[in-house]
Design a protein around this ligand. Structure first.
Ligand code: DP6
Length: 337
């Protein structure tokens, strides 16, 4: 019997991935950029056992048995087994059945990047099991697009690539976490219920029905990625915050331009974004940036020096959000691999 256990972090995009050009290979229509969070607060954990005595293979997510038929899981497994078979000493183990046990220590499918951490973790564990040494970002991408960014720590860009086989659609580090050590993230859990439409459903519907999404992918994101890379490299928080908030709002504008529309933010989400704009206006410069994924929960980027003041403001204005959230501790970025 062989057993491996891995943990993997969550990442929060500041330039959003929204829309695929290839559903099976999970190839995006635009580049995206994210920061990877420290694993002290939010992470996925996967244990895989492999034994000649197992009569079948099984998979549990948060204690609930899942089908092993899911296309994405099958794609990840097949690809790793194909790479592993290049090593003749793996031949016997590749015939054994496996047991996969995955857990998240935060709400699953509530727009808190659970699939990103989950698939990054699964792929890392499988690669360790079979001794596969390759770029894991391309493998994690086959499970969930945003998962490819969770393979690395710090500031990460997923390059959309242009090869039809997806070989150049990979994640790369822009800067390690140590580059901007004062950066913190606050996660405000507005609602931890499962989201109405998954990111996968929502983005497919956007590609099929939104006119704005084409404009975003072709004319907006390429320029924004260049500006965002520069803001990160020069640690220009004011610019970083402006782009982050504009990109989040453009993504939600596209979700609304989708037919039928995908409504992810709720009244509390909008009230949080109003509060951040009022705070920044009061300070005369952007001191906090909000970003919302495919759900109502807010992620705030800010520097350590702002954490205490912003937390007391959130406490005052959104007491129930604070009460529910375990992640209001100013999460630092994760160290790079
Ligand atoms: C809004 O990676 O969950 O969080 O590739 O279909 O699994 P699939 O989608 P997923 O989409 C994430 C969308 C987002 C933006 C982002 O993380 O870049």
């Amino acid at each position: 019997m062989k057993v491996v256990t891995c943990i993997a972090p969550v990442n929060i995009a500041v330039i959003k991935y929204w829309g695929k050009r290839d559903e099976d290979l999970i190839l995006p229509i635009n580049d995206s950029i994210s920061a990877t969070l420290s694993m002290d607060h939010m992470c996925a954990k996967t244990t895989i056992m492999c034994s000649p005595d197992f009569e079948d293979s099984k998979f549990w997510l948060n204690g609930v048995e899942q089908s092993l038929e899911s296309k994405r899981l099958v794609n990840c497994l097949q690809e790793i087994k194909r790479l592993a078979s290049a090593e003749p000493s793996n031949a016997e183990m590749l015939r054994w059945n496996i047991r996969i046990c995955s857990e998240n220590n935060f709400p699953t499918a509530a727009g808190l990047a659970s699939s990103a951490a989950g698939y990054a973790c699964l792929v890392t564990a499988l690669a360790n099991l079979y001794g596969v040494k390759t770029d894991l970002s391309a493998l994690a991408r086959r499970g969930s697009g945003s998962a490819c960014r969770s393979i690395y720590g710090g500031w990460v860009q997923w390059h959309m690539g242009c090869n039809p086989d997806g070989s150049d659609s990979i994640a790369r580090v822009i800067e390690p976490s140590i580059h901007w050590p004062e950066m913190r993230i606050l996660v405000l859990v507005v609602n931890d219920a499962r989201k109405k439409y998954s990111s996968t459903t929502g983005m497919n519907r956007s590609v099929a029905t939104s006119d704005l999404i084409k404009h975003r992918a072709c004319n907006v994101v390429p320029k924004r990625v260049t500006e965002m890379r520069e803001a990160i490299k020069t640690k220009d928080f004011n610019k970083f915050a402006e782009i982050t908030m504009k990109d989040s709002n453009q993504f939600h504008a596209i979700a609304l331009d989708t037919h039928p529309p995908c409504v992810y933010m709720n009244d509390t989400s909008h009230a949080i974004s109003d509060m951040i704009h009022a705070y920044n206006e009061h300070k005369g410069v952007n001191k906090v940036a909000y970003t919302f994924d495919a759900g109502p929960n807010a992620c705030l980027y800010l520097l350590e020096s702002e954490v205490a003041e912003v937390l007391s403001l959130i406490n005052e204005c959104f007491p129930s959000t604070v009460a529910k959230s375990d992640y209001l501790r100013g999460i630092p970025l994760n160290i790079e691999k």
